[in-house]
Design a protein around this ligand. Sequence first.
Ligand code: SF4
Length: 207
Amino acid sequence: MSSKYAQQKSNVYSYVLGSKLYLNITNACTNRCEFCVRESAAGVTEGSLWLEHQPTLQEVLDSIEHPEKYEELVFCGFGEPLSRVDAVVGIARELRKYGVPVRINTNGQANLIHGRNIVPDLAGLIDIVSISLNAESAEKYQAICHSVYGEKAFQAVLDFTAACKAYIPKVILSVVDRPGINLDACRKIAESLGVDFRVRQWNPSLA
Ligand code: SF4
């Protein structure tokens, strides 16, 4: 994925923000969102989140010390974690032992990536999934997110959300509050799917 900023490589597989531990298991992503921090900075931590290689399951687990002390464990990354669904399943299975809620932040395109419904794989392992909706229409979504799948990505995100509702206790659709986004229409989409809705603040200085 190109960035206008230098891509210093690192081995930051997990990092702490506040009381939560974030897991960075891949830099691969099927989107190129205009607001993505990847497009504007080296990362959200003091170290770069650009990886030298995709970490193995064991490398990620070895990077985590005392998972029980965190409020939440979050697959987030500098990429789309569910592009590595097998790694997510393996890591989450280990982390379940600590009784800490596990969340995934995702672009919702995993079923397109894998050509099957991967959501049942996550049942009993993931407590919360936060899916980026980002726009109220396929056209606008593609104009902002530049998915490799084109405008069909938007419907895939909605279908993925509905699939998650059947298997994961808490499902959130999120939108970055940017000029031109119809937040009310986005909220209605979330309501129609029976999931929670969250607006994330946009930091124009990172754009
Ligand atoms: S889906 Fe997430 S990681 Fe991928 S480009 Fe968009 S904001 Fe960045």
